[in-house]
Design a protein around this ligand. Sequence first.
Ligand code: NAG
Ligand code: NAG
Ligand code: CU
Length: 679
Amino acid sequence: MSSRRSLASALTAIAMAANFKLLLCLFSLFPIFTPISTNQYHPLNPLTPAEINQVRTIVKQAQPSSLHNLTFQYVGLDEPDKSIILSWLSNQPTKNPPRRAFVIARSDLKTHEIIVDLSTNSIISDKIYHGDGYPLLTFEEQTAANKLPLTYAPFIASISKRGLKVEEVVCGSFTVGWYGEKKRTKRIIKVMCYYLDGTVNLYMRPIEAVTVTVDLDQMKIIGFLDRLTVVVPKADGTDYRRSEQMPPYGPQLKGIRVVQPEGPSFTIDGHTVRWADWIFHLAFDMRAGSIISLASIYDVDKGEYRRVLYKGFVSELFVPYMDLTEEWYYRTFFDAGEYGFGLCAVPLEPLKDCPENAVFMDGYFTGQDGTPGKTSNVFCVFERYAGDVMWRHTEGGIPGKVIRKVRPEVSLVARMVSTVGNYDYIVDWEFNQCGTIKVTVGLTGLLEVRGSNYTHKDQIQEEVYGTLLAENTLGAYHDHFLNFHLDLDIDGDANSFVMTNLQMTRVTDNRSPRKSYWTVVSETAKTESDAKIKLSSKAFELLVVNPSKKTKVGNHVGYRLIPGSVAGPLMMDNDYPQIRGAFTKYNVWVTPYSKSEKWAGGLNTDQSQGDDNLAVWSLRNRKIENKDIVLWYTLGFHHVPYQEDFPVMPTVSAGFELRPANFFEYNPVLKDRPAKVVR
Ligand SMILES: *[C@@H]1O[C@H](CO)[C@@H](O)[C@H](O)[C@H]1NC(C)=O
Ligand SMILES: *[C@@H]1O[C@H](CO)[C@@H](O)[C@H](O)[C@H]1NC(C)=O
Ligand SMILES: [Cu+2]
């Protein structure tokens, strides 16, 4: 389901504040084994709290005080150009590139896109955005909006009419999308509410069909609709806390420990992580969440690090619901562009979210007033050993002896969890010694359900757009589409995208008793339109190669994308949510690198009309052969809810892999000295 950070918002802000303290205390009980020095300079390091404060001061000073309230909707690093970063990396010059921040602020009902230079304490540019979209919502404005109904007489009357108590009501903010309006509308959200009274699982107790419309800029209610009365699902059976469960209980497992008696094999210097043959930079951004940069792998035979992934991050997360009722049709959320996938990241809980051998890192975001906020333990980094096999062979064919060689698989995981309202997304970037980067996204948390008078499936005679999960509780059909920006730089910037189709071929001559076989037909994409791919039953190998580097036997060095879940949209191209989320139309896109093309759903996504997104950029059909290119991959889930998703969903995972393809001369882990799995 999606997550509406909304309700989230109010709640999350409060809960997070509380959690922070709790976790901080808890955290101090667990020693950190690896020293982390956060002072290490790196041009891709996220803004520090001091820098965030500096940005605020610079932006505020530049605003005439006569202007209305200035709010910071997004603040993040405006990274130096790629060429500057690469030259900094190779020469480590004494002079560091300038530190700059990118700010999206609202002031006097206008959206400003501001570039601030921290080195010179100045504003480089301040551009008023004239497009149709709006920036990320802040926590603070969602929190404020969510409180408005609770003192609004018509709303209170609606609650009383239903025999409910206002003190038990909590509300959430829902972005409204765009439905073909020609003119730009106000910056509005819908606020919808839930009923606690006896549970913490508010999402399972919607007060259906009561909607408050809020103008975020004025922070006031501009619309109210109590459309019909629907039974609020009962609290019984909705609580997911262990303490609230009644017997009979399930089986009890014995304790598990994960120990590394010799300590971890990785180091973290500032934001640079080194493990086995890998090195990469791990940064936090309030919009994207985790950003992996400059991932390179050491080639023992060449005696050097070789570039693989310049940058990888979640560019957008689109969650359209398929329920057409009045309170639901517009629920087509963009969790990164509207709510901030990083802003919704939550502190990870030691020993539960991450194993005992994990090391944690904090993340900093910017509040609405420009002050820094901290999400403690926003990342954990750990070595994973799950009893799996990296490679093995038992040779019994040699008379008189048996050879058995087995290497255990140990990998390194960098994890983040973003709780966007009801939904929890677990994002793992996993590095394997064999050169694979595996990305896994786990979906868990709470469904977004619609209240209904139905208590049994047999009563249902109409289209209900979902599954009856419990009495009065409909789990709405929806999708989750996560778009990943993957700027692969295989052994350098200039790369090509090669699609290899596995083609069934008939045998028409007498060369074999066989009638058919398959063979590979490769094609290099010349322009963007060649590389738009809908993955289906068709067998594809998708490679990013360096056309000027070959292995000794003559294959181009490359990496291949192994897609995991290939769900595509089930909406018409001209349907409004689909116009906005058009990046889902293809599972794979390739574009030439452009510093400004980061967000697949557009920069100002809220209420946008789909005129600034991946699908639009790539209409230019630019050349992509032997160029610095970016691969965009959409991981999709169609979610038909089942009763087991109630009251909290067991994690469903999917992902993809980036795997070396003729990148090494031979199995790169042949000569590794494996981890000793100790007792
Ligand atoms: C600005 O903020 C003040 C205090 O929070 C509030 O009373 C006022 O309505 C705001 N003005 C605008 C235009 O948002
Ligand atoms: C649902 O049930 C309630 C209470 O029985 C009733 O007042 C209400 O009209 C019903 N709503 C619908 C949409 O049938
Ligand atoms: Cu879902």
